[in-house]
Design a protein around this ligand. Sequence first.
Ligand SMILES: Cc1cc2nc3c(=O)[nH]c(=O)nc-3n(C[C@H](O)[C@H](O)[C@H](O)COP(=O)(O)OP(=O)(O)OC[C@H]3O[C@@H](n4cnc5c(N)ncnc54)[C@H](O)[C@@H]3O)c2cc1C
Length: 346
Amino acid sequence: MKLIIIGAGVSGLAAAYTINQHAPYIALHCIEKSRGLGGRAATRRREGATFDHGAQFFRTSDSDQLAFLTQTLPHDQLIDITKPVGVFDQYNQISAGDPAQNTAPKLVYRSGMNNLAKLLAPKNLTVSLQTRLHHVVKTATGYDCIDDQNTVIAHGDALLFTPPAPQTIEILQASQLDPAMIAHLCSGLAPAVYRPCLSITMAFDGRLEFPFYALVNSDRQHPFSWIAFEHDKDPSRVPTGQTLVTIQLAPAASTDWWQADEAMLITELMPRLNQLLDSALPSPLWLDRQGWKYALPNGKADQTILETYEQSDGLYFTGDALAGLGRIHLAMEHGMHIAQRIIAQH
Ligand SMILES: Cc1cc2nc3c(=O)[nH]c(=O)nc-3n(C[C@H](O)[C@H](O)[C@H](O)COP(=O)(O)OP(=O)(O)OC[C@H]3O[C@@H](n4cnc5c(N)ncnc54)[C@H](O)[C@@H]3O)c2cc1C
């Protein structure tokens, strides 16, 4: 039995980890369109700095999952961001955040969020990076996975789809499968619509010390939904004497400034940032941007529909679309859950 996993984000790699541990007789091949592992648990390095331009940190209230992260997986890089998260409103009024949320550990890897993906990926996992699955073709013996160049990348008995639901819908609609099945599966994925997020990271000369590690917008009336200081995660992340700020723009502002060039972003963002922080940060040393077209799900895919073709056709689905909420721990939990279903059925 060979399973093709589409996507090397946390959910797909959590599934690969579980299958490798409990059913090593299932051969695995992961196809990933980007250059590395992690998906939206993403980390970038630039000019001596390390920053997370997707997920910022993760939490879990599940004691088994916490034990897995802090005992089973290597955990020497796992740290708790102890400084609190504050809130701000449209008038730039800052106040203390939820005390309960602030006392729960805010977990992150010192070397970056994508370290979680590297730890989950089995050492012997075959991964085709920079390979975008365009469509699949049903054959007499399983599925051919075809890339943008119309080349067969892999052949498998079963498929596990992990991308955000709209991207999985695109693949299914281009595939040579039973049209009624495609329509049914797409109707199961459709409720998981995603909102966009433009994430901007800027480095500044001088270290700004702030009472909060991060600030989250509470009234959804501000163009910034989140700002965070990378040096508060761990000093090793930022060159000495510099400040590294990550700003996540709200969905409307993300759309408005999606195409803006660097100069325009600096002109638009700097006065707002200085007003919010009551600071006088100078022009940035550098600016980095990442547009996430499908950042966070607003709705939840229909699990009942998506389970219909598991046993009969070997088609499986996981990812945060199934959780209905963009959270690392939920994507990981669902990846492990679907792996158990695959194991039980093979
Ligand atoms: C800006 C931002 C901030 C966030 N903040 C937090 C946070 O602070 N805490 C938290 O818990 N969560 C946060 N999240 C959400 C969290 O990152 C996601 O819920 C989680 O990473 C989803 O994992 P996944 O495996 O479901 O999907 P993904 O990580 O998206 O993995 C899917 C993979 O499939 C690949 N793929 C897509 N299409 C194809 C194709 N055709 N062929 C091959 N590969 C393909 C993608 O490249 C990707 O690697 C944030 C997300 C974003 C974008």
